[in-house]
Design a protein around this ligand. Structure first.
Ligand SMILES: *[C@@H]1O[C@H](CO)[C@@H](O)[C@H](O)[C@H]1NC(C)=O
Ligand SMILES: *[C@@H]1O[C@H](CO)[C@@H](O)[C@H](O)[C@H]1NC(C)=O
Ligand SMILES: *[C@@H]1O[C@H](CO)[C@@H](O)[C@H](O)[C@H]1NC(C)=O
Ligand SMILES: *[C@@H]1O[C@H](CO)[C@@H](O)[C@H](O)[C@H]1NC(C)=O
Ligand SMILES: *[C@@H]1O[C@H](CO)[C@@H](O)[C@H](O)[C@H]1NC(C)=O
Ligand SMILES: *[C@@H]1O[C@H](CO)[C@@H](O)[C@H](O)[C@H]1NC(C)=O
Length: 585
């Protein structure tokens, strides 16, 4: 049964006050907007050595008219004076926009393995700039190659950013820099050395990374796979070394065209001509090994900078927009399928998808240096498809729809290597709900989404003793309310309010001892109005206030950053090593 979303009195109120609100809106002069955009996430934990790093500008490119073009490519040569390997590598992408432009999706690859998927802000004034820093230590195996290890200096770095300066003049200038750090990691003033991106048992980076990506992407439209629907499951064939002892697949994803707002899709569109958007607000990204389902995740709804109201995301980006979340699937229970030295097909899919998604993957492999061949067996395979209930009630352009999904999967397999005979069990429980309600003849839309995931990966030695266990709890509530009225000249005036959160708890145990415990709370609230013209990326007018807070607790340490914006201007930006202090302030 569909439970109606609580009707908020303001949604009714809104419609009555819209016309007066519209007349009080002004175009905020470009000179008043904060030009630097931010994504308040955790700075990488670094080393204390001075000079701490060696930085290499690996790619520099102006993306002006790049739609349909191959990626920008640079040959990489690692400076001999630059230390490697070191404990940390950080990728920095810094970009400036010459003028107003649409928001775009971009990606950076080393050879054909993806390192970063990112969205640009929507530049609403010339000179908008930002930088994204990502701890890419996880990809050490790729850098070893860059630094002339195997394959000796033949590596390339490439970047895609499909831009057109035909309608809007903005050209994106991008620099990709790698910072190499050396020396022991220091507890910085916030005390953390772990990072919330480290969500797995394998604290040491993989020994080898095999890309699951489009072949010859450097000559065509990039290394990502395009997925158009449920049955479209691109695959890549990979042969893994016979002494592999652990495998984790990492999936990168972004959504485009009809899927740009998948999280707000009703089961039947209430808007005229909106039929293409009407397949509901549920998606699942998943992987298959030789056609066998091997695990999946419900994606986090990253709200793109042009979505809802661009003033909500100016100058503070939406959660995950600068560094789109990736989805890990531990394939170790399936290792027996890979160990014959033959190529096997890894497929990537999106359940309930429409045109189109861009997916790619990295297969992270840990190799047993002490044996030539590892043996493995799949013990348990329990993978009923997620139970999805869909319910919709519509009368003309009013009504609502609800999707509930839940499920439990369990995979277990042993791997016998020089470490011993270890059994890895992956257990994942998912509970999801999407509600979309449309009232007032399509004028008011309310969206509520909640995904709860509990994942546990357990490694048992000899079938009895727990060697390691990681537990990850994720909750991602999203609430969005929008009301719209048609204004003069074919424009639409919209008022909206949003609240979004990414909450993640990661608990790692080894040999019965707690090794690390991290809690991330990333939250954003925004409210405002915008006047848009159909088909135009740049709003005519707008305003928006937002509050973002990023809190990461790890053991006794805490990192908190809160930002407040008013009308596109950064009003407050506070960072604290005490979560309590700022919470009280
Ligand atoms: C723009 O900034 C100036 C100076 O801070 C201020 O006086 C003016 O009110 C601002 N205009 C708007 C529309 O916010
Ligand atoms: C990279 O190196 C190869 C081989 O030396 C060369 O053919 C190619 O033009 C170079 N590419 C760039 C972008 O410099
Ligand atoms: C890129 O690097 C060049 C040279 O160091 C610098 O002049 C330019 O400002 C940089 N651009 C961005 C967007 O960081
Ligand atoms: C697009 O940008 C390029 C490079 O800056 C420039 O040469 C070209 O004239 C621009 N095109 C338009 C239509 O502005
Ligand atoms: C799914 O997408 C593929 C690739 O674009 C296409 O060939 C196929 O016809 C589509 N299937 C359906 C049922 O739309
Ligand atoms: C590893 O352990 C599993 C059960 O825990 C057993 O079935 C398997 O035969 C063992 N493998 C080896 C190579 O000993």
């Amino acid at each position: 049964m569909r439970r109606p979303i609580i009707h908020l009195p303001w949604s009714i109120l809104l419609v009555c006050t819209l016309s007066s609100a519209a007349s009080s809106l002004q175009k905020i002069p470009a000179s008043n907007l904060t030009l630097e955009h931010f994504d308040p996430t955790l700075p990488p934990a670094l080393t204390s050595q001075t000079p701490p790093k060696c930085s290499v500008l690996v790619l520099q490119h102006e993306f002006a008219n790049t739609v349909g073009e191959p990626p920008a490519i640079a040959n990489y040569s690692h400076p001999p004076e630059c230390p490697f390997p070191g404990p940390r590598v950080v990728l920095e992408l810094s970009v400036s926009a010459s003028d107003v432009q649409k928001d775009r999706i971009a990606a950076v690859w080393v050879d054909s393995a993806e390192l970063l998927r990112t969205a640009t802000p929507l530049p609403m004034s010339p000179g908008t700039f930002w930088s994204v820093q990502k701890d890419v230590t996880r990809y050490t195996a790729l850098f070893r190659r860059l630094c002339g290890g195997f394959g000796g200096g033949t590596a390339t770095v490439s970047m895609m950013l499909e831009n057109s300066n035909a309608t809007l003049p903005g050209v994106y200038s991008a620099n990709v820099t790698l910072h190499f750090y050396r020396g022991p990691l220091s507890a910085n003033r916030f005390g953390y050395v772990a990072h919330p991106t480290a969500k797995d048992i394998y604290r040491r980076p993989a020994d080898l990374i095999l890309p699951i990506s489009q072949e010859n992407g450097e000559c065509s439209s990039g290394f990502w796979f395009r997925v158009d629907n449920d049955t479209d499951i691109p695959t890549a064939a990979v042969a893994v070394p016979r002494n592999t002892r652990r495998v984790v697949l990492e999936i990168f994803a972004s959504y485009h065209a009809n899927e740009e707002f998948w999280y707000a899709n009703p089961l039947r569109s209430a808007y005229n001509g909106g039929g293409a958007y009407a397949n509901g607000g549920f998606r699942q990204i998943y992987a298959a090994v030789d056609g066998l389902f091997a695990g999946g995740h419900i994606p986090f709804a990253v709200i793109y900078p042009g979505a809802v109201n661009p003033y909500f995301w100016s100058p503070v980006a939406a959660i995950g927009a600068f560094n789109l979340p990736t989805y890990d699937i531990d394939l170790t229970p399936f290792l027996s399928m890979f160990l014959d030295g033959q190529p096997h097909e890894i497929g990537l899919g999106v359940r309930d998808s429409q045109p189109y998604w861009l997916l790619s993957g990295n297969l992270h492999l840990w190799i047993d240096a002490w044996s030539d061949a590892v043996t493995a067996g799949l013990v348990e395979y329990r993978a009923p498809p997620l139970k999805v209930n869909r319910h919709a009630e519509w009368r003309n352009s009013e009504g609502g729809s609800e999707i509930n999904a839940e499920g439990l999967v369990k995979f277990s397999g042993w791997v016998s290597s020089s470490e011993g005979n270890m059994t890895t069990t992956v257990r994942q429980k998912v509970k999801f709900r999407s509600q979309v309600e449309v009232q007032n003849r399509g004028a008011v839309t309310q969206v509520e989404l909640m995904n709860k995931e509990r994942l546990a990966v357990t490694v048992m030695r000899g079938g009895q003793q727990t060697a390691a266990r990681v537990q990850v709890f994720v909750e991602t509530p999203l609430q969005l309310q929008m009301s719209r009225v048609n204004a003069v000249g074919g424009a639409v005036f919209e008022r909206g309010r949003l609240s979004h959160q990414l909450q993640e708890t990661v608990n790692l145990n080894e040999n019965g001892q707690a090794v690390s415990f991290g809690v991330l709370m990333d939250r954003q609230d925004a409210e405002g109005s915008v006047l848009k013209r159909e088909g135009e990326a740049q709003p005519v007018w707008g305003s928006g206030n937002s509050r973002s807070s990023y809190k990461y607790r790890n053991g006794n340490s805490c990192y908190l950053r809160t930002l407040t914006t008013v009308e596109g201007v950064l009003k407050a930006d506070l960072t604290s090593a005490s979560c309590a202090a700022v919470a009280e302030a």
